[in-house]
Design a protein around this ligand. Structure first.
Ligand code: NDP
Length: 252
């Protein structure tokens, strides 16, 4: 029931493109308020405009407040300053979507740049503890983490990325158990192949290598994953969708 997201406030990390951007627009369309975070300000501003247009088109009275804030989730000092930048009326967050993430290069162990290893763990894994402390004090709430099939199945060349996503899987499972008997829900979304900027970033900008991955199959779209996220958020309060594993039909 989509009415369960009406008037809710959603904070989304990595909202400047792909799954995060599509999720922001879908929540906006459903009558939610959205705080959009990422590093690219121009891209964030465009997504905020798309949110405002989707909300207007919906004709809904609830929601419709959008804030976009430049933030590098791998930088703790920036995270500490976040709340001073969030408008007062959006500080009580109901739904936190920990979505920011990337993989750069699929080199084998030993060939991976050490700074990139640090950045991948900081962004994909450690940032997931983002504001969960504040959440524990709340009377209701929902933490939604973006895991991956890579958080369940390792593959050659994916040593660091799969490790970061296995960490998301372990973190989500532990958090879920820690929050049993509280009104806080925890969901992990585990997508298979989704065609986004991620698909190109992982090959360091090589578009033809990126396309090859999808030969013979139709990848998921960012909108497909956004639908799963909003669906999980719109379940009745006593229902916790612990995980959603979602693939293209022709991905093995
Ligand atoms: P995109 O590259 O389109 O989006 C990634 C988002 O993360 C961007 O908005 C980017 O914004 C943001 N981001 C990256 N680093 C940081 C940072 N340090 N601080 C703040 N924001 C950051 O990819 P997707 O939408 O596909 O990826 C979203 C999530 O889904 C990721 O966690 C990814 O691992 C996961 N996933 C993706 C799959 C796929 O096949 N595409 C499959 C399974 C999981 P900016 O650059 O502006 O900071």
């Amino acid at each position: 029931n989509a009415s369960r997201i009406l008037g809710k406030t959603v904070l989304i990390t990595g909202a400047s493109s792909g799954i995060g951007a599509a999720t922001a627009v879908l929540f906006a369309k459903g009558g939610a308020n959205v705080i959009l975070l990422a590093r690219r300000q121009d891209a964030l501003a465009k997504v905020a405009e798309a949110c405002a247009a989707a909300h207007k088109e919906s004709g809904l009275q609830q929601g419709g407040k959008f804030a976009h804030i430049q933030l590098d989730v791998s930088d703790r000092a920036q995270i500490a300053l976040l709340w001073s930048k969030v408008p007062q009326d959006l500080r009580d967050v109901d739904i936190l979507v920990n979505n920011a993430g990337f993989v750069k290069g699929l080199e084998h162990v030993g060939d991976i740049n050490e700074d990139e290893i640090d950045a991948m763990f900081a962004t994909n894994s450690f940032a997931n503890s983002f504001h969960t402390t504040d959440f524990k004090k709340k009377q209701s709430g929902h933490v939604i983490n973006l895991g991956s099939i890579a958080g369940i199945e390792p593959y050659a060349g994916g040593s660091i990325y799969t490790a970061t996503k296995h960490a998301v899987n372990a973190f989500s499972g532990s958090l879920l158990r820690e929050l049993v008997n509280t009104p806080i829900r925890v969901t992990e979304i585990q997508p298979g192949m989704v065609e986004t900027e991620f698909s190109i970033v992982r090959f360091r900008g090589d578009e033809s290598a990126a396309k090859k991955v999808y030969e013979g199959l139709e990848p998921l779209t960012a909108e497909d994953i956004a639908e799963e996220i909003v669906w999980a958020a719109a379940r009745p309060p006593h229902v916790n969708i612990a995980s959603v594993l979602v693939f293209p039909v022709n991905q093995a």
